[in-house]
Design a protein around this ligand. Sequence first.
Ligand code: GAR
Length: 204
Amino acid sequence: MTAKLVVLISGNGSNLQALIDAIRMKVLPAEIVLVVANRTTAFGLERAKQAGIPAGYLLLKPYLDAGRTRVEYDADLAKMLAASKPDWVVLAGWMHILSAAFLKHFPYRVVNLHPALPGKFPGAHAIEEAFAAFQRGEIKQTGCMVHLVPDEAVDAGPVIGVAETPIYRSDTLEMLANRLHQAEHKLLVQSLQRLIVGDDEEDE
Ligand code: GAR
């Protein structure tokens, strides 16, 4: 079975690229049917275009400017995705907290990637926070994880995959971020392999 993926992005899209490459190399039995960004400038939209993947964006600001709510935005986002009938919705650097108005349409089918170990440094600045905690002597390593998003909790949910990443005394923030991103690219592909193959085994 080839799983249908919708990938949500906000920025560079290097993890989207890792998925595109893994599919192209036939190591991930999947097809990316749609990429959606919440920023017009997200470079990941260009990556999708280069790969011939349908891509678009939905901005929150016009909703708020018109006196509409995040819940209405989330409901419309869900509609936009539902038309593609995804097996998995992958949050690959999606910097917007999804409400139940979105999640109820894809129960246990939303997967998030986060650059920290389970339970550590939720939010948009996980790498900076881990780096600072290391400097204070509070942690010795960090990592990244892929987890299901069953509810509105931020960067939390049943864990699918974890990779520990060392921090070295000589690291700059940029060096640590690069090491984490490399680990994420592998972990995201491995975690989706696990989910997709697991689905197939249940069907047998
Ligand atoms: C990744 O490091 C991802 O884990 C992080 O955004 C980055 C996106 O990179 N997500 C979060 O922090 C979610 N809380 P990319 O656009 O190059 O794939």
